[in-house]
Design a protein around this ligand. Sequence first.
Ligand code: ATP
Ligand code: ZN
Length: 395
Amino acid sequence: MPEHRLDLAPAVTIPPHLVGQVQSKLAYVDELIASADVAESGDRITLALHAAAGARAAEIEEKVQRVVREMAQGSIAPKVEILEDHLARPTSYSADPLDELLARGEVYEESTGIFTFGPLMSRLIAYFESRFLELAAHFDAQPYRFPTLMSAKFLDRVDYFRAFPHSLTFATHLREDLDIINQFAETAKYEGKGLNSPAEFFSQVEAMLSPAVCYHLYFSLADHPLPNGQLVATAVGTCFRYESNNLTSLERLWNFTMREVIFVGSKDFVLEHREQSRQFMHRIFEELGLAYQVETANDPFFVGEFRKQAAFQNAFQLKYEIRARLPFKESTLAIGSYNYHQDFFGRHLGITLPDGKPIHTGCTAFGLERVAHAFLAQHGLDPARWPAAVREALS
Ligand code: ATP
Ligand code: ZN
């Protein structure tokens, strides 16, 4: 546990709607920062450091203040619209399920944010998956299988590097050079927090680990008119988002799984399907006994893009989040989202409707590990106490 602290008064008071989002961005400000805490009042920031800041204190403070100003200065609280509120649905458990899962060997943390799940979580996730597939079947969604690697060239085309640079994970390999490969084989060791090999050993980055599932579908449709002008697809995939110091529990993983149902077509087609998804899932979540609400939200854009993009998403209701209650910490966790990207992917990727206009896209995405985590946080590990539908399916 780090003992060094740095207390700061933010240059601008951080408004309540930004406290959590600023706090999660502070993890990326400096490698010395082990964790950051923004007081709820928004007028105090406490950083826990890996070592004494010494002469670097002023530099760290300047970077923190830059984040605060860029995210909070002049920010107006978005109007959060609640589309569904089932937070009061009865639940029967109030501890953090992670402790019991670890104790029983049901969950193993291989490395920070990288988890192995045993039979209980695996069965639960398979069951929730089967319920999400009911949504896909309702739309007669076509099945797809996407790679885990994602082309850096395409991610560039959709401006991903400007929007979410902080959470990217890069795939590389050794350069094609006999001397380098030999040297690596003879000297590579895991030391401290990683491999000791110099950066020059590694190739340029051509591929990343996928941060989302639906992008693969849009990439596959790039530079062509869409036959028939509409498509509903579904796929499950492993996704990667590097969440730095925020990778502290089952809530935020570096490596997680998403099931998506993806809509491509006209604006009305996508918006109608997004709305139908929400209504269809309402019944399923009720059967799962999940306490949750659905509300308007924004993506965790990088600092420089944050204000503009987040305000845009909120104003146009581009994202609805499904937030499940976590009774053990009296808070909620996003377990999925209903997204509308307007014609963003159509424009950037040259995917067109029969009339030549750019296509619109949207997706319904579920974070499978989070659904299981939230379910266990609400109903505990004893199947006898689970809602009937889940108990019967798994018995
Ligand atoms: P879009 O396509 O609009 O970018 P998306 O399909 O990428 O959206 P998100 O809303 O960003 O979808 O993420 C979907 C779900 O994935 C979240 O609601 C959450 O359940 C899960 N998720 C996201 N990040 C993590 C993480 N670090 N660890 C575990 N689950 C995550
Ligand atoms: Zn998506």
